[in-house]
Each structure stands twice: as C-alpha cells, then as structure tokens.
Ligand binder design. Structure first.
Ligand code: ADP
Length: 405
C-alpha cells in the first residue's frame, strides 16, 4: 500500500511499509466533544448499521441468531463510542488487526463491512451538521477531525482484513481438499479389501438361511449376520462413492422442481419424526448443475435437519434468487451444533451420531459437490435453538442453453 497523500504533521507506522496520518491534539479535543452526542444516538446508529449489514446476503445468515446479533451490536456500540477517544498508539493498530480477525471469523467480508461503514460516515456527518449548525466554522473543524479519524480506521480495517482474510480462507479450502483426497485413497483400498469377502459372507449366510426350518435356533444368528454384513456393505458403497465421485454432468437444472421432488421423497421420514415443514419458494431461474448431485446435497442436509429434531420440530426450506446466485436455505429447530464441533462438521468421518447411525460422510460429500458447482455452504447454529445451512449456487449466463430440466 502506498503512503497516503496528506497534509498532516505526523505519521504513525501502520503495517508493512506504509504510514498513517496521526490525529493532532486539537483533533482529539474536537472528537472528545462529540461524546455526549454519540452516546445519545448510539443505539439508533448501531441498529441502522446492523440492518445495513443484514441487508446483504451473507450478513443475513451471520446475524440471524439473536445472540450473535446482540454481541455484534455491543461490539459496534463500543466502536462508535471509541471514535471520541484517542487512537494513536501501536495497541490501536494491533486491536484493529484482531478486530479484522473477528469480523472475518464471523464471515463478514471487507466488501460487506466497508459498504456498511459508509452508512456510519454519512449518518455521523449528518448528526454533527445538525447539532453544530449554529457555528459553521466550529462545525467544519469537528467534521474534519471526524473525517480524519474515520479515514484512519478505514485504512486500518482494510489492512486488518488483508492481513487475515484471504490467505486464511484459501488455506482452509486447500486443507479440506487434501484431507478428502487422502480419505478417498484409503477408502478405495478398504472397499476392495473388505467388500469382496463381505459379499461372500452375506451370500453364504443367506444361502444357509434358505435351507433352515423357520423354528431353528440358527435363524436368529444367521439373520444378524445377514443384516450386519449388509449394513457394512452399504457403508462400503457409500465410501466408494465418496472416494471415486463421478464428475458432475452439467445441465440446466430447475432447483424448485428438484426441491419439491426431494421433499416428497422425505415426507414419510418427516411425518415419522413429527417434523412440520414450511416452504418459501420463489420462482427461480434455471442454473447449470448436476441434478443428481444437487439432489444428494438436499437429501443429506434435510435428513440431517430431521435427525437433529428427534422430538419433532419445524423444518423451513426456502429458495430465492439473488443478483448473481441462487440461495437455498435449510433451517431446523433442532439441537444445534456445539461451537467446538462447527469447524469439523465438513471433515470426512466426523459424526456425533451413535454408532451405526451416521457415517460422517454426508456433509463432506455436500461440500465437494457444492464446491464443484463453484458455490459455497454457510452454517449458522445455536445450541438448543437450531441450525441453518445455506447453499449459495452461482447463476451462470445461460443464454446459449435451452432449458431441458
Ligand atoms: P452424519 O450425518 O453421518 O453424522 P454428516 O457429515 O452429514 O454426517 O454430518 C456431520 C455432523 O454434523 C453430524 O453428525 C452432526 O453432528 C452435525 N450436523 C449436521 N447437520 C446438522 C444439523 N442440521 N443439526 C445439528 N447437527 C448437524
């Protein structure tokens, strides 16, 4: 980053080779003067700022949980009031780096945060002008100090995001792909070594069963062998599918039709588990995708949602078209995901389900498929309240295709 052109007297080192204009003691004085005014309007301004963030697609998911929203508001209130205090030492810079990390962890990209920051700027300028209109010269000086302070923060924010954001994300995506490739190799080997003898065992047990009189004491034991070997065979074939996924076969897909199809398949499962279904579907434009694979994503996520509500609950499915993507949301009122589990749910074989109930492969398969569709998955979960998975699939330019699905 280049050194900012400024007429300020002092500069302070900010990061790698660039410097920032420092605030003068007079600036600090003008800013301090704004304390009571900001205090009186902080709640309204922060509400507006959070609404601004929530207006944006990813912001909605991030701030949906009431606790996160409350925490974020507190965090922003503190920030707003800190505008009236000094900010010229190194701790301030370090603090901003950490803040960048927190915002990135929350999933707020610089684009969303910075565009909402423009709201702060405009609102504060309006507030100061209205409050000090009787003394235009003084008002001008206060505004200049506020402007300098906010521009300083903007630069620090960009620096903080640049230092934390992109590299962290790229790394985790690569790590995830590596993990999946390693598991894939292992699974292929296992499936071959175990699959064949397993088929022989279950075939023989079935053959013996056919010859036994129904009241033989062996029937029970042999049935257990058949049942259990079939379960392991199923697991092996899931593993194989995971290890050697067919490349996606792209065509035009009507996502609403796909969702209806999957929901009618799972109706019985929902009824059995006392799950109330609520759908909110917009008319969606077709997207380019592999219908079977996308169906798999839906089935996995909806089944997970149903199983997260063992005592019944509410399943909300919605689909809408954003400017450059389709956003599919699957929300449940189930037990939620513990924060320490959240970073692991897309790992192959990670499961919290009882032995025999979960393979831990569902979400890693979803991850791979959505990734191959150049999309992304977002998760928001509160323990004891529920979970929302969002699948964001990019809209392509479809002019050259004909809708066939
Ligand atoms: P599996 O369902 O076989 O356990 P997945 O990869 O589909 O494997 O899911 C991994 C884990 O993620 C689950 O065991 C569960 O702990 C968690 N999980 C996924 N979806 C939900 C959900 N909707 N609610 C709560 N936990 C979930």
């Amino acid at each position: 980053m280049s050194r900012p052109a400024t007429g300020m007297r002092d500069v302070m080192p900010a990061g790698d080779g660039w410097s920032l204009p420092a605030l003068s003691p007079e600036d600090m004085e003008y800013l301090r003067e704004l304390g009571p005014l900001l205090e009186g309007h902080a709640a309204r301004i922060v509400d507006g700022f959070v609404d601004e963030i929530a207006r944006q697609e990813a912001g909605q998911a991030i701030l949906k949980g009431p606790k996160t929203r409350e925490w974020f508001k507190q965090n922003q209130r503190q920030y707003l009031l800190s505008l009236t205090r000094g900010c010229t030492d190194r701790n301030y810079l370090v603090g901003w780096r950490q803040e960048g990390g927190t915002l990135e962890w929350l999933g707020l990209s610089p684009r969303w945060y910075l565009s909402a920051y423009a709201y702060y700027y405009a609102t504060l300028v309006e507030l100061v002008v209205a409050d000090l209109s009787s003394d235009p010269a003084h008002c001008g000086r206060v505004l200049a100090a506020l402007h300098r302070r906010m521009v300083l923060d903007l630069r620090l924010m960009i620096d903080a995001f640049a230092a934390r954001g992109p590299s962290h994300r790229v790394e985790s995506l690569e790590q995830q792909m590596e993990k999946m490739a390693a598991v894939g190799q292992l699974a292929t080997g296992l499936a071959h070594e175990i699959g064949t003898p397993l088929n022989v065992i279950s075939g023989n047990a079935e053959y013996l069963l056919m010859d036994l009189p129904p009241d033989s004491p062996m029937v029970e034991e042999l049935s257990v062998i058949v049942r259990e070997t079939k379960r392991v065979s199923m697991l092996m074939s899931q593993l194989l599918k995971f290890a050697r996924p067919a490349p996606p076969s792209m065509d035009l897909v009507d996502l609403s039709a796909l969702i209806s199809e999957v929901l009618s398949l799972l109706m019985q499962e929902m009824a059995k588990n006392h799950v109330e279904l609520v759908t909110q579907m917009e008319t969606l434009p077709p997207i380019l995708g592999d219908a079977n694979q996308l169906k798999q994503v839906l089935v996995n996520m909806i089944l997970n949602a149903i199983h997260a509500m063992p005592g019944g609950g509410r399943l909300e499915i919605s689909a809408r078209a954003a400017r450059d993507a389709l956003v599919l949301s699957i929300s449940d009122t189930g037990h939620g995901i513990a924060p320490e589990h959240l970073p692991r749910i897309f790992d192959p074989f990670f499961t919290t389900k009882d032995v025999g109930k979960g393979t831990g492969l569902g979400l890693s398969v979803c991850y791979r498929i959505v990734n191959e569709h150049k999309g992304r998955i977002e998760v928001d979960s509160r323990v004891g309240e529920g979970t929302t998975f969002k699948v964001v699939l990019p809209r392509e330019d479809l002019h050259e295709h004909e809708v066939t699905a």
